[in-house]
Each structure stands twice: as C-alpha cells, then as structure tokens.
Ligand binder design. Structure first.
Ligand code: ADP
Ligand code: TRP
Length: 329
C-alpha cells in the first residue's frame, strides 16, 4: 500500500473551505492508503510563537481534525515535535543541500520580504525539514496545494541526491498528490470567489449556530433586475455554488427554479442556506467540544501517533545511518 503524508500548518481554526477542500479528502484517503498526518509545530517556530500558543494550537487542530473524522486507528496522526528522528534526517539532508538552491525558493524570498528582521536559518532550511518529514516515512504521495510545489521539488531533489551519492535506492521520490477531483472550492459569502482565512470571510467549524446564521444572512447578493432564465451574476452564482455543497439537491433545484422564473427572494434562500450550514457543522462541533474537553484522550491519541511515527522513522534512520557509515545500535 502506498504511503501518503501531509503536514498541517497549526494556524487557527478550520473553516468550511478547509473542510470541503482538504480535510474530507484526508478522511477518505485514510481508508485507501497508509496515511501519516502530522501537525507541523516545528515549522511554526520560524515566527517565534509563545509556549502557550504552541500548545493550544496543536490541541485545537488535533481536536478539529479528529472531529472531522480522521481516525487514529486508521491513520498515523502525530505532532511533529514528538518525533526526534525527523531532526536527525534534517541534519543529513542539510549537508547535501546548497544555499543557492534554498535561496531561490520563492516562499523563502516572500517571507524574507515580509519579516526582514527575522530571516532566520530555520526559515532558510524550511524545505529540508519538510523533505525530512516526508522521506523519513518514505512517503510516495503528498497532498499539497500549488504553493508547496517548490518545496516538493526540493524534497525530490533531496531524495535523488542522497540516492545518487550513496548509490542506493532508499528514498522513493515523493509526488504531489492532487485530490482536486473530489475536493470542491468553497466560495466566500462576501462576493469573493473563495473562502479563506486571509480574506476574513470564513465560516469556522467552531462558529456557534447564531454566528453562522448571522454570517450567512450577511452574504452579498445582487439586487439588480432579472429576466427569466438569465445567467446568474457572479455573487449569486457563488451563493448557488455554496448551496450545491451544503444543501440537498431538491433544495438547490427549488431555488434554481425560483431564479429562473424571477421569483427568488434572497432572504429565503439565505435562511435555508444558514440552516443547511448549521446542519453540517453542528455534529462536527459537538465532537470538537467532546475532544477539546477530554485532554487525556487527546494526549493518548497523540502518544499513540508518536509511537507509530517513531517506529516508521526509526526504521528509515537505521538504514540511513548504516549507509552514511555511522554506528547502528
Ligand atoms: P486558509 O489559510 O484559508 O486556512 P490554506 O491556504 O491554509 O487556507 O489551505 C489549507 C487547505 O484548505 C488547502 O488544502 C486548501 O486547498 C484548502 N482550502 C482552503 N480554502 C479553501 C476553499 N475556499 N475551498 C476549497 N479548499 C480550500
Ligand atoms: N509546508 C506545508 C504548508 O505550509 C506544511 C508541511 C510541513 C508539509 N511539512 C510537510 C506538507 C510535509 C506536506 C508534507 O502547508
């Protein structure tokens, strides 16, 4: 069975875009592949978070992913900083990675521009830490977005270079895994094409029903004149796209007909949409609360994940040490 691995940036709460665009696919993958999902808390150190910040965000993320259906019995779910083997591989990979190529990574150049007073070595070697995350489990498929393509290219380069230098085939070259076929794009309700944290137009899985209703009722709609069967303006199309994702097909068709015969009342449609979003989120939210208030359970799940991840990484590291010429105990 192929090994799939993905790192989760511990930044804030999950929104509906993350859920439909990524997390639901992860849940499906865990039944089809040997999956590793981990919270990339070492990577987050590049921006110097406080200890409280680190602990709280790892817990929040873990609770939310579990509530969405990630199953610790099926997938290996762990926290990056619980697996010290990663760091050893990171060191070896750094020895064969050149400052020229790291300096050309666009995410590094962007970050260096954004935080000119904090261009640290961890930021510079972010791609080799990511390569170590992947290669320690000899993962072959990595579900990532477009913004990670260059980091993935570096991971492949690390694998190839190690194999070439030591005349081995230890590391498979990890491939980008696009799961877009099943993933859907969730539009923003502010008239923008996409829901996203940076746009501040998100409905979060932890939003209470009354917050959700308020956000949906505020959705931008077009009040211009309609003619029967006219094409929908973009903001209205967004609303319909949203409905297609969260509502039943009958509901969608009902409002679509209303649009076509010019009898659609946006208020009615938004009210329905709000209830359908609440119906999707409420059960997830209940599970989030169950996990979030059961520290012991979260700790146990994290410990179990760490054990499985360490076992997998240690097996690779034993090979790596042997190949490089170090003692193996
Ligand atoms: P954000 O910063 O808005 O939380 P990220 O860029 O960190 O989003 O994305 C995390 C994951 O969620 C990615 O796999 C991305 O494709 C997915 N995602 C984010 N927003 C959406 C959206 N509106 N529709 C579909 N997928 C999304
Ligand atoms: N860099 C990824 C991001 O910003 C997170 C990440 C860290 C990751 N290590 C990884 C993703 C390994 C995939 C594989 O989203």
């Amino acid at each position: 069975m192929e090994t799939v691995l993905s790192g989760i940036r511990p930044t804030g709460n999950l929104h509906l875009g993350n859920y439909y665009g990524a997390v639901r696919s992860f849940v499906k993958m865990q039944y089809e592949y040997n999956c590793f999902f981990f919270i990339a808390d070492w990577h987050s150190l590049t921006t110097h978070p406080t200890p409280e910040n680190i602990q709280n965000s790892a817990r929040t993320i873990l609770a939310e992913y579990l509530a969405c259906g990630l199953d610790p019995e099926k997938a290996t779910i762990y926290v990056q900083s619980d697996v010290p083997e990663t760091i050893e591989l990171y060191l070896y990979l750094n020895m064969n990675t050149y400052i020229g190529e790291l300096g050309r990574v666009t995410t590094f150049k962007e970050k260096a521009r954004q935080q000119p007073d904090n261009v640290n070595a961890g930021l510079f070697t972010y791609p080799t830490l990511m390569a170590a995350d992947i290669l320690q489990h000899r993962a072959t498929k990595v579900p990532v977005g477009k913004d990670q393509e260059q980091n993935m290219e570096m991971a492949r380069k690390c694998a190839r270079r190690f194999n070439n230098i030591y005349k081995t085939e230890l590391f498979p070259e990890p491939q980008n895994f696009y799961f877009a076929k099943e993933a859907v794009k969730v539009p923003g309700l502010d008239g923008s094409g996409k829901m996203g944290k940076s746009d501040g137009n998100c409905i979060y899985l932890c939003d209470e029903p009354k917050v959700i209703r308020k956000k949906v009722m505020k959705a931008v709609t077009d009040l211009g004149p309609q003619t029967p069967n006219s094409p929908k303006p973009e903001v209205i199309q967004n609303l319909f796209n949203f409905m297609k994702i969260v509502s039943a097909e009958d509901t969608y068709n009902y409002f679509d007909e209303k649009w076509n015969d010019c009898t659609l009342r946006y208020g009615d449609m938004k009210k329905q949409l709000a209830e359908d979003v609440v119906a999707v989120i409420q059960p997830i939210q209940e599970r989030i609360n169950e996990f979030a208030t059961n520290q012991q359970l979260l700790d146990n799940i994290a410990r179990m994940g760490a054990e499985k991840a360490r076992e997998s990484a240690a097996a690779t590291l034993r090979e790596v040490r042997k190949i490089i010429g170090f003692r193996v105990y």
